[in-house]
Design a protein around this ligand. Sequence first.
Ligand code: PGA
Length: 245
Amino acid sequence: MIIVANWKMNKDLTETRLFWEDFENKITLDSDFLLQKENILIAPSFPFLHHFQTKCSEKISVVAQNCHHDNSGAYTGEVSVKMLNSIGVKYVIIGHSERRMHFNEKDDILKKKINLCLENNLCPIVCFGETHEDRALNNHLSVIEHQLNIIPVEGNKKIILAYEPIWAIGSGKTPSIKEIEEVHSYVKGLYNLPVLYGGSLNEKNANDILCLPEVDGGLIGGASLLSDTFFSILKVANNIMRSKI
Ligand code: PGA
């Protein structure tokens, strides 16, 4: 089970520290808590990655929300895979729909980012998902298959996929359980990789979604910003894992 908190452009230093103090208490004091650092992934903003990596990486894994597609160079404001590597970060979110939409990230760029991560031992968490229109036209599976062409097929690569229907992100709407099952089974038939679900995942719907055998975890935006709600979702994941032992 892999649960990723994607904080996007939220939380300043004080808020980041307060979250961690409260969250660390919760996971340390809960004697029933099984989840380890490979199960709990948090993606704060770039300025706090180093702080997180230094202070928190015994208990959780630190994730970058993005990286540049070149190794180095004249790219003002960008962050390279080498920089992330040098502070010990092991995961990077690639191709989030907000990056595709607001920063015009296209397949050729995303492919370069994925390859650069893999060459540098970073695990890309690659997001994909259909628009509302694609789903209404019943085109979602072919759109998804096309989006996933950026995934290298050869070799045994450490990649995590995240199904995030664009219309479900931050909207409070989620696909039905059957719709989630359909997409996850389809993608798992194409790639032998873990597939997370993301898009308005919260403490109320977490159990129904995370207990599906095709769902390997969740990518959580809004509901990961408060330590209470993020911890509640982790407890759901914890109980599902415990029931499988
Ligand atoms: P959300 O965001 O949980 O707020 O819908 C998920 C995401 O964008 O990764």
